[in-house]
Design a binder for this molecule. Sequence first.
Ligand code: PMP
Length: 368
Amino acid sequence: MSVADRVVNFGAGPSALPLTVLEEAQKGLINFNGTGIGIAEISHRSKEFQAFLTEFEQNLRTQLEVPSTHRILFTQGGGTTQFSAVVLNMIARHRLLHPNATAENTVLDYVVTGSWSKKAAEEARRLTAGVATVRTAVDARVYAKDGKAFDNIPPHAEFAFSPAPAVIYYCENETVDGVEFAHDAGAPASFPFARLPAAPLLPLVADYSSSFMCRPIPRLADHAVIYAGAQKNIGPAGLTILIVREDCVVDVDAAARLGAPPPVQHPAVLPIYVAGLVVRRMGEQGGIPYYEALNRRKSQKLYAAIHEGEQNGVFRRKKRFLEGAEAEGMKGLKGHRSVGGIRVSLYNAVTEEDVDKIIAYMNSFMQK
Ligand code: PMP
């Protein structure tokens, strides 16, 4: 098996990684930065790994313009882990701020626009029974064409936030349903920042798992927590990156004195290494503006081809489409198990040439 045998990976996560990064990581796996020790074997406390981590953090800070009010954390696990962890941390923060809070006045507001935010709200409900009240600030299914699908971002006027919640939660890009908040502030489908309670240090939490590092994060500084599983745009699974405002970094020692279990923190060194290489390379190529423009070109091309195919009704022949694609060296195109269909994921490492390749295949499929 050689590099030439690699196929185009349109998978939704784990997703494609740049070949140059994989080649460099291959060397680091044997001998990390001249230490004579492989990256999967070296101590996370070694000065070489600490230096790598510092550079990685700095690259993220620069490229995403993370202000000094926010820390960047590298945790284990994935997005789903954060469905729980964020709730526990934010409830702990709320309790430290309001020691006499009751379940009735500890309110968690969830914006439900797709399968992932729905799941996150369910997890919050499970975790906080008797401790807090989970509310739905808006449920997009109410505004669906058929009254039940996640197919829209509701109008701003429909978002109803509590006056002083402990969490305000949304998912920026709903990977399974293909619904995302618009990025320009004036758009009707943008996140309704103007409707949030007018208080400082809002507990605004955003799941950015499927759009992290592919375009700027609107109003980043107004968020309490932004998190993203690494396995889409920037690295292997097992790493989640968090951008956390200082006041939301819970004092774990104080929490432990109140009976909370001590934190487990052993960073996922290998995923951090690969993700760090990806982000370093992103910086060399022009950072977020470069990827934002590239991703826009990729998606416009692909949507044009899809609309053409839709008019002809040809992409309904899913099995034949997938088999033909695989025969031509394109994989990872099967839709999420919960919705079926075909899904072409265009994460950062998918090149414009890769997109041209699938469009050419789609066109030849249509002709046949
Ligand atoms: N949130 C979003 C937006 C996702 O796309 C996903 C899954 N890919 C998750 C959360 C769950 O993440 P994980 O698989 O890392 O637990």
